[in-house]
Design a protein around this ligand. Structure first.
Ligand code: SD4
Length: 345
């Protein structure tokens, strides 16, 4: 799934905006125009991309775009990604998030409670501390110091119902990515926030986003309430740099969704970047790592879903999943569209 890169030798001149808002940059005397792109996981990616595009389309930075984009999903009232998500086994919502820019700067938070925008806390970790990752109470304390509001910690009405249902059996069997099992195929961009399915389950609980801006710089973000009814203290792949998210500005950007433990096992996003470094297209690179996971999991692979999306330095993009049902949203100057990912089986 290649995308056009515009090489503009025309009269656009030095830095400035074209009608589409792209910045021509000078390269060896030639004027080149880099077309921004943003790609985000699942149906919710459409609404998130829209916010990201407000930044990218006006010449803004990829880093700002990937933060602003996923904040839309974290903000969503009827949403599984942020504080309205399903709680852990003990009834508390705990959040993980990570962000990475084009210069290997990265920040993440894990096991964070009662803070509405973990992605913005992750960015503060990146920008205001000498560390990459803060967890639990320390992350919460840091967030408060940075001016984030401590929310009341009450479960949303839907999450409360789901938790009550789950408590009936208290079976420790986290259901990861039942996404879209019962979802309608008719997709409406305006309603594409994550939502509960008719059986009360979320259709997913994570959003990952990767983007390239008009300067050709890459960034990525990932935010999640993790696996519903997980063990208290469980942390998934999303805040683990190299697993849930990885950006190498010379090569590409990758984000993962699905069974976090199995993404961590193979250092998933970093592994996909390395495949692109070897010359694989984004889709091929994602596929190779998905195949690796299936080999490792053997027959247990049927019980899990793992998915990656990737963009490379040329602005080509792709996605791949272990099983059917994964989709992702792509915003270019041509519009914001949803794509079904190819899958292994
Ligand atoms: C996790 N990777 O915590 C996340 C879950 C996920 O859609 O992607 N859900 O393991």
């Amino acid at each position: 799934m290649d995308r056009r890169k515009f090489i503009n030798l025309s009269s656009l001149g030095a830095a400035g905006f074209t009608l589409q808002g792209f910045i021509p940059t000078s390269l060896n005397g030639l004027s080149t125009t880099i077309t921004p792109i943003v790609v985000a996981t699942w149906d919710a990616g459409l609404a998130a991309n829209k916010a990201a595009w407000e930044v990218l389309g006006s010449g803004g930075k990829a880093l700002d775009a990937v933060e602003k984009g996923v904040m839309v999903t974290e903000d969503e009232m009827n949403c599984c990604v942020g504080l309205n998500g399903n709680p852990d086994r003990d009834g508390f919502v705990t959040l993980d998030a990570s962000i990475m820019d084009h210069e290997f700067n990265c920040g993440s938070v894990a096991f964070l409670e009662r803070i509405k925008h973990p992605i913005s806390v992750a960015r503060k970790v990146m920008e205001k501390t000498p560390h990459v990752m803060l967890v639990g109470q320390g992350a919460q304390q840091f967030a408060i110091e940075q001016g984030f509001k401590l929310e009341n910690g009450e479960l949303s009405k839907d999450a409360k119902n789901s938790y009550q249902n789950w408590l009936k059996n208290s079976e420790y069997k986290p259901v990861i990515n039942i996404e879209r099992k019962n979802a309608t195929t008719q997709l409406d961009a305006s309603k594409m926030a994550p939502h509960r399915l008719s059986n009360g389950e979320w259709n997913h609980d994570t959003i990952g986003m990767i983007a390239m801006d008009s300067m050709g710089n890459l960034s990525g973000s990932c935010t999640t309430s993790g696996a519903g009814f997980k063990m208290r203290g469980r942390v998934g792949d999303s805040p683990v740099i190299g697993a849930g998210l990885y950006v190498d500005n010379e090569v590409g950007a990758v984000v993962a969704t699905g069974q976090g433990e199995d993404v961590i096992r193979v250092a998933g996003s970093s592994a996909v970047v390395e495949q692109m470094r070897q010359g694989k297209t984004p889709t091929e690179a994602c596929k190779i790592v998905i195949e690796r996971i299936r080999r490792i999991k053997k027959e247990k692979a049927k019980d899990i879903q793992v998915c990656f999306i990737a963009i490379n330095k040329k602005g080509e993009y792709g996605g791949y999943s272990l099983h059917k049902g994964f989709n992702y949203a792509v915003h270019t100057p041509q519009g914001n569209t949803l794509h079904e990912a190819t899958f292994l089986d």
